[in-house]
Design a protein around this ligand. Structure first.
Ligand SMILES: Cc1ncc(COP(=O)(O)O)c(C=O)c1O
Length: 451
């Protein structure tokens, strides 16, 4: 597409002004510019066509799905955008007096109520601006809890190697020593390795579930039990809650705090780096440490971001929840899992799944044999798919882990984790699947434990 300046033709004009009917006034010479401004000279219809053409280059849900490879792709219903663009939400001033923003406060309270119910948590903040920021906030809750008990010996956070890369980075940023533990051959946490590192210095464990190879950890109850037994707390990376929402709850599985990527699971398009919200939920004993909005003016609370965070992301999340309803939430999760498994089975004859078992919302393929046979690498395949989906090529799985990280990533990871050498070229890639939202009745769940 040409720039508007390239379309300019000297002498063309958009408007023909009416003849001047007042006396002409000459500006003083010092106020006059020396050269004419370099504005494009175009006819009105050309200007209109130019901007209409530009408009057609903007990607949106009406043109296609959001092709985001590193986060969960999904269908973000148009109505959620419409709710977020209502002037009463979009134009609200962050310093508006409380009485003028009661509707916004109600949005936050209602979203909190539903998301706490979905996660099995007692309280929640929407301040963090994204998933990694939510993790940072959540691990600070753990830190504050131990500090409040004067338990200074707890200096380590355990992070399985199937965790999202932000987990070890978060723990390190919060001042903890990161203890990396390997996965067992089935892709789940190796329980013996976990037991070996647990001790009085354990502050907590961060678990990404489903993990980055798309597997729901079968030993999850045992994992949280062991960590609690050692006096640590359990953090659930729920960025990809769309695989389990409404079906199981982190709170019921023994987790003490969780973050959700509202910009992935709950209807804010995230591709290209839009605004996010890393909502952090926690059990009641951690709630006193939650950051609160400056508006609430409560003493003693930390604040991790101005005001209440990216409010419009919360509006979209609430609109999404209200549209799906109690039955639609688990239905969307079930569809995400069904879609991923369908795709895995279809692809199986051509590429090899790294874990040939039921996956959750995503799966990882091992392309090492394919590369040997054809010379075509995972990166080549991923690049060839970019027009329809950009798959992730950096998955840590026991069969592909050492082979898929770039030297820079390997060096960075070694700095965080202090372990493991990697040498082979990229050989694996992961696919996450969209979900749909057709409602279907499900059975109600029981309430979660209070811890
Ligand atoms: C499992 C998991 N945790 C954390 C994050 C980090 O979220 P964000 O990119 O919003 O910081 C992601 C993002 O893809 C993720 O998939």
């Amino acid at each position: 597409m040409k720039l508007i300046f390239e379309k300019s033709v000297p002498g063309r004009r958009c408007a023909i002004l009416p003849a001047c009917d007042v006396p002409k006034v000459e500006l003083p010479a010092e106020l006059k510019r020396e050269a004419a401004p370099m504005l494009p000279e175009m006819s009105e219809v050309d200007v209109s066509r130019h901007y209409t053409e530009l408009n057609q280059h903007v990607h949106g849900v009406n043109c296609g799905f959001y092709p985001l490879g590193s986060c969960t792709m999904k269908y973000n219903p148009r109505i959620d955008e419409e709710m977020a663009s209502l002037p009463g939400f979009a134009a609200v001033h962050p310093l508006a007096p409380k009485a003028a923003v009661e509707g916004c406060a109600e949005v936050i309270e209602t979203a909190k109520k539903y998301l706490c119910e979905i996660t099995g948590m007692a309280d929640m903040t929407f301040q963090p601006a994204a998933g990694a920021h939510g993790e940072f906030t959540g691990v600070l809750l753990i830190k504050q809890y131990h500090d409040s008990r004067n338990d200074k010996a707890r200096t380590k956070i355990i992070v399985p190697d199937s965790a999202h890369g932000t987990n070890p980075a978060t723990a390190a940023m919060c001042g903890y020593q990161v203890v990396n533990i390997p996965s067992a051959p089935d892709g789940c946490v190796d329980l013996d390795a976990l037991k070996a590192v647990l001790g009085p210095d354990t502050a907590g464990l961060m678990l990404t579930n489903p993990n980055t190879v798309g597997i729901f950890d079968e030993n999850i109850l045992e994992i949280t039990r062991l960590v609690h037994e050692a006096g640590g707390l359990c953090y659930y990376d729920g960025a990809n809650l769309n695989a389990v929402m409404g079906v199981v709850r982190p709170g019921d599985m023994g987790f003490d705090c969780v973050h959700l990527n509202l910009h992935k699971t709950f209807a804010t398009p995230h591709g290209g780096g839009g605004p996010g919200a890393g909502a952090v939920g926690c059990k009641s004993f951690l709630a006193p440490f939650l950051p609160h909005s400056a508006l609430m003016e409560e003493p003693g609370h930390i604040q991790v971001r101005g005001f209440r965070g990216n409010f419009l992301v919360v509006v979209r999340a609430l609109a999404y929840l209200l549209t799906l309803g109690r039955e639609g939430v688990p239905e969307a999760a079930q569809n995400a899992v069904l879609n991923a498994n369908y795709l895995m089975q279809r692809i199986k004859g051509t590429f090899t799944p790294a874990f040939d078992r039921i996956c959750m919302h995503e799966f990882v393929l091992d392309l090492s044999e394919f590369k040997k046979a054809t010379g075509v690498s995972a990166l080549d395949v991923a690049k060839s798919l970019i027009a329809c989906i950009p798959p992730r090529c950096t998955s840590p799985s026991s069969s592909t882990r050492p082979s898929c990280w770039s030297p820079r990533r390997r060096r960075a990871r070694r700095r965080w984790i202090g372990r493991r050498r990697c040498s082979a070229p990229c050989t694996s890639w992961a696919i996450r699947t969209p979900r749909s939202c057709t409602p279907r009745p499900t059975t109600p769940r029981s309430a979660g434990p209070t811890r």
